[in-house]
Design a protein around this ligand. Structure first.
Ligand SMILES: Cc1ncc(COP(=O)(O)O)c(C=O)c1O
Length: 371
């Protein structure tokens, strides 16, 4: 029989597929229980923005038509929000799509891209899929001021003539660690002009306004800066798959050449445009997250579990022993969390912040399993 795996391009042959969290319905079937709560995929526990829901209903009657391939209404709203021109924006089927477009547009097997240990699993997948070299830089240690985060000086030192992209997530997933404005600005200043810094701000909205490090303010200063954002987290639209990046117009022009013409569907465009203006929903999402984060931090402290201080909608908790049996026990008690052994963190679980009721149940389950 033909070896179709061997026929694949070399970068793809070496890949391990991304392992997504299982849907609730599948786990309920497998375990024979119901009423499971899912705190595993950094989704918004409040559901989608109500304004997005209304917009979807209105858009339904147009489903026989192709979406607006240029995403005019969404780009216009984004341009206004960020104070950029529309030609700086590239829309994606989730920000994941934009990350892949960047790799496809700028990397070849002669090039390399740099990212940190314990950062989003899609970076190495996107880099390797195009056959480029991936350079994983060890993260900061547990006892660093910002544990398990990007070691920016080491990432700078790794740049060579073949480097085209550097991925930095702020806040970072799966650790939740974050970089200060000064750290990040000093770093970007030192990156050569022909190396593109991809600053992934998927979780930006969860930082309190006064502490928020918003890279969009540096877009005019650095031509080589690309900011990626998503509607999957604070806006509650993970199932719709909408994200975007902001960059100088030349980079956006390149990405738009390889983007599938209709990569964002019409319902998603309508939902995202409406959600962007749903300030009340965003405030509620942030408040629920902050309260839930305090509950989980308090539970960890009471149980003597260390964690990485997080500015995301999740917390990385260290159980100081193999976390898989703990994950399994919590699952049997109806709470899904995310093991991160595949990231090289076998003793940790990443726990997404849920509603107050979900967090109460989580804390009870943690006390039962670890107390
Ligand atoms: C750091 C980071 N970047 C990007 C993404 C991709 O999100 P999406 O493709 O849903 O926009 C995620 C999703 O979990 C993430 O954690």
């Amino acid at each position: 029989m033909t070896d179709f795996k061997k026929m694949a391009v070399p970068g793809v042959q070496k890949l391990s597929p991304y392992i997504p969290g299982k849907p609730i319905s599948e786990l309920e079937r497998e375990l024979g229980i119901d009423n499971i709560i899912k705190l595993a995929s950094n989704e918004n526990p409040l559901g989608p923005s109500p304004l997005a829901m209304q917009a979807i209903e209105q858009e339904m009657s147009e489903l026989a038509l192709y979406p607006d391939g240029n995403g005019f209404a969404l780009k216009k709203a984004l341009a206004k929000k960020h104070g950029v021109s529309m030609d700086c924006i590239t829309l994606g089927n989730g920000s994941n799509d934009v990350l892949v477009l960047l790799a496809e547009a700028y990397l070849t097997p002669e090039h390399n891209a740099i990212y940190s240990q314990y950062s989003f699993a899609v970076y190495p997948i996107a880099i390797q899929a195009v056959g480029a070299q991936h350079q994983m830089i060890p993260a900061t240690p547990w006892d660093a001021e910002q544990p398990l985060g990007c070691d920016l000086p080491a990432m700078l030192a790794a740049i060579n003539d073949q480097t085209r992209l550097i991925f930095v997530a702020n806040p970072n997933n799966p650790t939740g660690s974050f970089l200060s404005k000064t750290q990040l600005h000093d770093f970007i200043k030192q990156v050569p002009a022909d190396v593109i810094v991809v600053l992934d701000e998927a979780y930006l909205e969860y930082s309190p306004l006064e502490e928020r490090v918003d890279g969009t303010e540096w877009l005019k200063e650095f031509d080589n800066l690309v900011i990626t954002r998503t509607f999957s987290k604070a806006y509650g639209l993970a199932g719709f798959r909408v994200g975007y990046c902001l960059s100088n117009p030349d980079i956006a022009n390149v990405l738009n050449r390889i983007r599938q013409p209709f990569n964002v569907n019409s319902l998603a465009l309508a939902a995202a445009t409406a959600a962007l203006n749903d300030e009340a929903f965003l405030q509620r999402s942030m408040a629920v997250n902050a309260a839930g984060m305090r509950m989980l931090e308090a539970a960890c402290e009471q149980l003597g579990l260390r964690y990485v201080p997080s500015r995301g909608n999740f917390l990385l908790v260290d159980f100081a022993r193999d976390a898989m049996p703990i994950y399994q026990h919590m699952l049997e008690l109806g709470v899904i969390t995310r093991p991160v052994a595949n990231y090289g963190l076998p003793n940790c679980l990443r726990i997404t912040i849920g509603t107050e009721a979900e967090m109460q149940r989580l804390v009870q389950v943690m006390q039962q399993v670890c107390g």
